[in-house]
Design a protein around this ligand. Structure first.
Ligand code: CTP
Ligand SMILES: C[C@](O)(CO)[C@H](O)COP(=O)(O)O
Length: 224
């Protein structure tokens, strides 16, 4: 599932973030290319804003043609929050699907090796898997006045990315229980289920601000 229904308020573009061009291709197109390059992916659900359903279908068609993919791509309308969009996508999955990867369109340059690592860990028996990278800054926990209350041990921290992979039944149960976490693994953690972290990749950065868009353009060897 590729969630692409956010507005991208922090990027501030004229179109929803997933439809902003990067080297002439919308972020969603780059993200889809990565998803469809993962051999384990049998179907894709795209979750997009209501006004972008036709555009998303056209982008999917073009990328499928480019990579020679013959899998099914379904487009559905997302919700107000990311969790609502994931829930909408879950409702569109085919009956036979047992493993679900949830991926941010905004992490449009995620290398296929990251998808492969997540899939391999779920297939090896993990119920929930997230890619993560070590935290390089010292992190402070602060109170509402900005006063530091704790400095967590950095070696125990990971900055997590997508795709996040789940046994379908666990992800459905997690979304039925709550929806207010910033990632899907957070909902699974509340069920008391274990979440495994595998190696992420700096190229799986989330395009959030215009500086991130410039970084992504540099990674592709172009200027934005
Ligand atoms: N209601 C929402 C909100 C977010 N997303 C998706 O979730 C991913 C991660 O969200 P984020 O990068 O925070 O996107 P936005 O919510 O669009 O960004 P902002 O908070 O700046 O508005 C993105 O691919 C975004 O399209 C979504 O499908 N539906
Ligand atoms: C799911 C996610 O990309 C993992 O890092 C992140 O939590 C999305 O956060 P946002 O609040 O939508 O920016």
């Amino acid at each position: 599932m590729v969630v692409a229904a956010g507005s991208g308020s922090r990027l501030g573009a004229a179109v929803p973030k997933a439809f902003v061009p990067l080297a002439g291709v919308p972020l969603l197109g780059h993200a889809l290319r990565g998803v469809l390059s993962c051999a384990a992916v049998s179907e894709v659900v795209l979750v997009v804003p209501a006004a972008q359903v036709d555009t998303a279908g056209a982008i999917a068609e073009a990328v499928c043609r480019e990579v020679g993919a013959r899998g099914v791509v379904t487009v559905v309308v997302g919700g107000a929050e990311r969790g609502d969009s994931v829930a909408a996508g879950l409702g569109a999955l085919s009956d036979g699907v047992e493993v679900v990867l949830v991926h941010d369109a905004a992490r449009c340059l995620t290398p296929v090796a990251v998808f492969d690592r997540v899939v391999a860990a779920v297939e090896a028996g993990a119920v929930a898997v997230v890619p993560g990278t070590p935290v390089v800054d010292t992190v402070k926990q602060v109170d509402p006045d900005g006063v530091v209350v704790a400095t967590p041990d950095r070696s125990t921290l990971r900055a997590v990315q997508t795709p996040q992979g789940f046994r379908r039944d666990v992800l459905v149960r997690a979304h039925a229980t709550s929806s207010d976490a910033t990632d899907d693994a957070g909902l699974v953690e509340r069920l008391g289920e274990p979440v495994l972290v595998v190696d992420g990749d700096p190229r799986a950065l989330k395009v959030t601000t215009s500086a991130d868009l410039e970084t992504a353009a540099r990674l592709l060897g172009v200027t934005s």
